[in-house]
Design a protein around this ligand. Structure first.
Ligand SMILES: Cc1cc2nc3c(=O)[nH]c(=O)nc-3n(C[C@H](O)[C@H](O)[C@H](O)COP(=O)(O)O)c2cc1C
Length: 297
């Protein structure tokens, strides 16, 4: 089976998950092509059996770069199955609405959605999760992916819950529409800047330029946060959202028992529910694989 996974990732969370999918599918004998949407490279659009689309949720929506990519996808001559992978900072059910628009567009292009999965990963805006929380999220995601890949390969459908008036709510929250256009131009660079130009090089829409030694932010910002997140001196101010800025990579591998949990109360119950449900699923999957291994022994 040939699987094509097309993804966008602003600050690396979604990319981490996609790489796990690739590893897992390949271990099951599938051929996997991973396509980075921002590369804009030509894509062979009929040379796959199964399509995956992966993205980070941006204010209950898919990022515009993903929507625009889907718009350009060709209609398939035959119906093909589709799975969607999304990552976000909290597990609220409202996040389910983010795929409403692309699902409709993909249906018109002859794709049938069979599986949709949501992974909670650390926030790259709003507030910084503790490294412990990042560790826990990543640990759970890595153990969930094999179970989800099995479901996909075994044609076991798995979809996320319906949200009443989802399309309308997604339209209301479409932050990139105005945030990117208007707030993106309000970005500034402070004196801490060391002119490494990492931001210029990494911006997925080439929206940051330097003219006469001054940084200029154009109107193509897609609010992915990559520039400010990876800035080595935390020198980029992100306009109206500056109080929500998160700077610096998470350490996903270093569990520190003594680290204080930040934002303990924020969505406490939904995080708890997410972890509990994930562990249940992982347990079922592990029991199933154990039985198969025993039968094969
Ligand atoms: C502009 C913007 C809006 C976001 N909106 C949401 C949201 O509505 N719900 C949520 O849970 N996380 C939200 N997030 C957090 C990201 O979805 C989350 O951190 C994601 O894992 C980042 O993935 P990436 O590293 O692949 O870009 C938002 C992030 C950005 C930058």
């Amino acid at each position: 089976m040939k699987i094509l996974i097309c993804y966008f990732s602003g600050t690396g969370n979604t990319k981490k998950i996609v790489n796990e999918y690739k590893k897992q599918f390949e271990s099951k004998g599938a051929e996997v092509q991973v396509y980075n949407i921002e590369s804009g490279e030509p894509l062979e659009q009929n040379n796959f059996d199964l399509l995956g689309i992966a993205y980070p949720i941006h204010a209950f929506n898919a990022p515009s770069i993903v929507v625009n990519f889907v718009k350009k996808l060709e209609k398939q001559p035959e119906n093909k199955h589709l799975f969607i992978i999304k990552t976000s900072g909290e597990p609220l059910a409202l996040n389910n609405i983010s795929s409403t628009k692309i699902k409709k567009m993909l249906r018109h292009r002859n794709f049938t959605l069979t599986n949709e999965y949501h992974y909670v990963m650390p926030y790259n805006i709003i507030f910084r999760h503790s490294d412990n929380m990042a560790y826990k999220m990543w640990d759970v995601a890595q153990r969930l992916v094999p179970a989800h890949c099995d479901e996909i390969l075994e044609n076991q459908k798995s979809k996320l819950g319906y949200v009443f008036m989802g399309s309308f709510l997604a339209w209301v929250f479409r932050i990139e529409y105005w945030g990117g256009r208007y707030n993106g131009k309000k970005y500034t660079v402070s004196d801490e800047c060391i002119k490494c130009q990492k931001c210029v090089r990494c911006c997925p829409t080439h929206n940051i330029t330097i003219k006469d030694g001054q940084f200029e932010f154009g109107d193509n910002c897609i609010m992915c946060m990559r520039c400010s997140f990876f800035c080595p001196t935390n020198a980029i101010k992100i306009g109206l959202f500056n109080n929500w800025k998160v700077n610096g990579e998470y350490n996903f591998n270093n569990y520190n028992e003594n680290e204080e949990q930040t934002h303990k109360k924020f969505c406490k119950k939904s995080y708890q529910k997410y972890f509990e449900k994930s562990e249940e699923k992982i347990k079922k999957y592990e029991e199933k694989t154990q039985k198969i291994n025993e039968n094969n022994a």
